[in-house]
Design a binder for this molecule. Structure first.
Ligand code: ADP
Length: 381
């Protein structure tokens, strides 16, 4: 096991005159035994980062350290790192046993008996001991993924890297494997980096998540920190499903003016924000209250555009008067839906739940108050 450190790591791909900066000045520290999820949209540099850690890609600038020691010049074989890919990458002509033994035969001096024993122990832990004599073609996708994980784990690596390992599985199996992987990681206590574009995986699996966009690190924090205290508009929009509602506006005389809506801001909330500043107001769908009155503080009239009943909750699409589909925002409510398309309702954005972002840079100027809770109970009573 090891502590993994990325220090201002940059990767630039050059092809003649053309150059792509895939990863720029990324610094992340993964303590020994931690599970870090690297998340971001497609093309943001996740795989490149993982491949640099594995030693499969040279780094252009910066340093990667294992337990404080630079591995910049170490080849992939010299790093004690195991990687699992989305494509499983199993040897088709070898049995499961052969696939799992191969790495140990190549990289250790263990005896055949010791290898057989380690492989069998790991197979039992992964629940694949029945499959040891089958070939990959005779296995389901989920079983192949288990074998790929088992093959990586059997080597007892310092660091375990996973690149979208569950994305070829169907939704139900993916959810099962998510939990299983978490248990496994806790059991093995091995430093792990897990790449995904799926924010649900990031929220549910990681001790901490690192959010990347356009090759740049946006935030590293626990899932709930990223959810409730995003550094910027990108993280606020990327983490959470449905996404945070956002409204462009401008601070004018104690209120944010958003088209036809004036949202009063207490002096506390607008502290350090100059009048005239372009702002983005953000509020999570679960914090938008649907209320009877439309005249209270921070309550506005809106029209219900669509209601999507999901069983456990309803996704209510709303819009203020005079706005188009682009201006729709979402409230999630529990229980049986009590509003339907076409209804005119009151909505309240409690000030304790709102986020404010700088309109130009997207930097968070104010995040929600964490003590604020209980919103759901009061929705649609
Ligand atoms: P992700 O894994 O987040 O989808 P990648 O790390 O694969 O993103 O890619 C990041 C960026 O680097 C993308 O713009 C991609 O086109 C570019 N890129 C990746 N590999 C290469 C390569 N071998 N040559 C040139 N550009 C590349």
């Amino acid at each position: 096991m090891a502590r993994l450190t990325l220090d201002d790591v940059t990767k630039e791909y050059r092809d003649g005159e053309m150059s792509v900066v895939a990863v720029e000045d990324v610094s992340i520290d993964v303590p020994d035994g931690d599970f870090l999820v690297l998340v971001g949209p497609s093309g943001c540099g996740k795989s490149t980062t993982l491949r640099m850690i594995a030693g499969l890609e040279e780094i252009t600038d910066g340093e990667i350290r294992l337990d404080g020691k630079s591995v910049n010049d170490a080849s992939a074989q010299e790093r004690d790192i195991a990687m699992v890919f989305q494509s499983y990458a199993l040897y088709p002509h070898k049995t499961v046993r052969g696939n799992m033994s191969f790495g140990l035969e190549e990289s250790t001096d263990l005896s055949d008996e010791a290898i057989a024993e380690t492989v069998e122990e790991t197979a039992a832990m992964m629940g694949i001991e029945e499959l040891l004599d089958r070939k990959p073609g005779e296995l389901s996708g989920g079983q192949q993924q288990r074998v790929a994980l088992g093959r990586a784990i059997v080597r007892d690596p310092d660091v375990f890297l996973m690149d979208e390992p569950l994305s070829n599985l169907d939704a139900k199996l993916r959810a099962e494997m998510r939990t299983e992987l978490q248990h496994l990681q806790e059991q093995l206590d091995v430093t792990s980096v897990y790449v995904t574009h799926d924010q649900t995986e990031a929220m549910t699996m990681g001790d901490r998540i690192a959010v990347l966009n356009d090759g740049e690190l946006q935030q590293v924090g626990t899932p709930l920190e990223c959810y409730h205290e995003p550094n910027n508009l990108f993280v606020a929009g990327f983490i959470g499903e449905p996404s945070m509602n956002t409204f462009d506006g401008q601070l004018e005389e104690g209120a944010i003016v958003i088209d036809s809506v004036e949202y009063p801001l207490s002096s506390d909330a607008r502290r350090n924000i100059e009048a005239g500043t372009d702002l983005v107001l953000g509020i999570r769908p679960e914090d938008v209250r649907i209320v009877d009155s439309r005249s209270g503080d921070r309550q506005f009239e809106a029209e219900v555009a669509v209601v999507e009943p999901m069983g456990n909750e309803n996704v209510v699409h709303l819009r203020f008067d005079g706005t188009t589909t682009d201006g729709e925002f979402i409230a999630t409510t529990e229980g049986i839906p009590s509003v339907s398309a076409g209804d005119r309702v009151g909505v309240e954005f409690p000030e304790a739940a709102i986020h404010l972002f700088d309109g130009d840079s997207g930097v968070a100027l104010k995040n929600r108050e964490l003590s604020f809770s209980g919103t759901r109970d009061e929705l649609l009573s």
